[in-house]
Design a protein. Structure first.
Length: 346
């Protein structure tokens, strides 16, 4: 049996699966697939719904012809506590003791019900006076981790690694420490995650409970459409202020404005912390909502920073060309691609 893990992004309405092989000039795409998830998805606590999820995941894996039972998954940002902290330079052993005190300061629930993991993003040499280390700390509800474990076991899979969605997104989009200072905005169905990248590592990450489904609900309410019709309107007209007499723009503006406000706060934080040194040069939009017509121009005009629709397929070897369907839906696959890349990290 092939033990090479694949990446599985378990979204609110869809599964995205990617299986890669690494070689010297990039990745080979072994398999990729997007398929619908059961209506209740991970939102339900019913054992029957969990079984339905497991069957749907197993079918997706079989249809994609993945020859591995090992999977990397990501937990949704709105369900976990993610914090990037600066600490005095510590050894791994010292950090493992100190991190729980830090967690108590940043996680607003009792740690007894939390699974805590951490990653050192930057550890300067001890000899450098005044330098501090940068640590990414993630706290996930233990019962949530257990739920994913149950469902994937029922699907006949073995979890190889668990991380958060923004970590997978960063891995798929950030290429080396010469990567220009950037802001990643990953707009999911029910939440939006922001991450600031400087010198190739994350220095800030934050999540807000607003996403693409809020845009669909606004269109549905303003036009009296069914949820499916509203979704089609959203995909067709995007965030245009001209379409349908400007009504689409009026419906989507409040949701986009709330995301824009958080982007401006993140940019202000970065400017205050790092002053004029290495200003943010670009914004990457990821997630399904990044495909909406006009959304990149909206953010470019609003903050005067070039905004780019993420194309995580750029990690593939030059002689690999995904089919047009995969390219058209590239932002949707960012998390799954980052998960598939995880075990090839240096």
């Amino acid at each position: 049996m092939n033990k090479k893990p694949f990446g599985l992004d378990i979204g609110v309405s869809t599964f995205k699966l990617v299986w890669l092989t690494h070689q010297s000039d990039g990745y080979i795409l072994d398999s990729a697939m997007m398929s619908p998830a059961p209506t209740k998805g991970m939102m339900s606590e019913s054992p029957l719904d969990e079984e339905e999820m497991a069957q749907a995941i197993a079918k997706c894996v079989a249809d994609a012809k993945v020859g591995s039972k090992f999977v990397n998954i990501a937990l949704p940002e709105n369900k976990v506590y993610t914090k990037i902290i600066e600490m005095p330079i510590l050894s791994d052993r010292e950090l493992s003791s100190a991190i729980y005190w830090e967690a108590e300061q940043h996680i607003p629930v009792p740690l007894a019900g939390i699974t805590l993991v951490w990653t050192v993003l930057k550890r300067p040499a001890q000899a450098v006076t005044g330098e501090r280390m940068t640590v990414l700390m993630v706290g996930a509800p233990t019962n949530l981790v257990g739920k994913y474990q149950r469902i994937l076991t029922m699907a006949g899979l073995t979890i190889n690694a668990v991380e958060t969605e923004i970590l997978s997104t960063i891995r798929a989009l950030v290429s080396g420490d010469n990567f220009e200072p950037s802001l990643i905005v990953s707009i999911g169905s029910i939440s939006t995650s922001l991450a600031i990248i400087r010198e190739g590592i994350a220095v800030f990450t934050y999540s807000i409970p607003t996403g693409g489904s809020a845009i669909s609900r606004a269109i549905s309410a303003d036009f009296g459409l069914s949820p499916d019709q509203a979704e089609e309107y959203k995909k067709t007209y995007g965030v245009s202020k001209e379409a349908l007499g400007g009504k689409i723009g009026k419906a989507t503006e409040p949701i986009l404005a709330s995301i824009l406000e958080e982007i401006k706060k993140a940019l202000a934080y970065y400017t205050e912390k790092y002053k004029s040194d290495q200003p943010i040069k670009q914004i990457f939009l990821s997630g399904g909502t990044a495909r909406l017509p006009g959304i990149d121009l909206y953010f470019t005009n609003s903050v005067n920073i070039e905004t780019i629709i993420a194309n995580p397929w750029k990690v593939l070897s030059p002689n690999q060309k995904p089919d047009q369907g995969l390219l058209d839906n590239a932002p949707d696959y960012t998390i799954a691609i980052g998960l598939a890349m995880r075990d090839y990290e240096e």
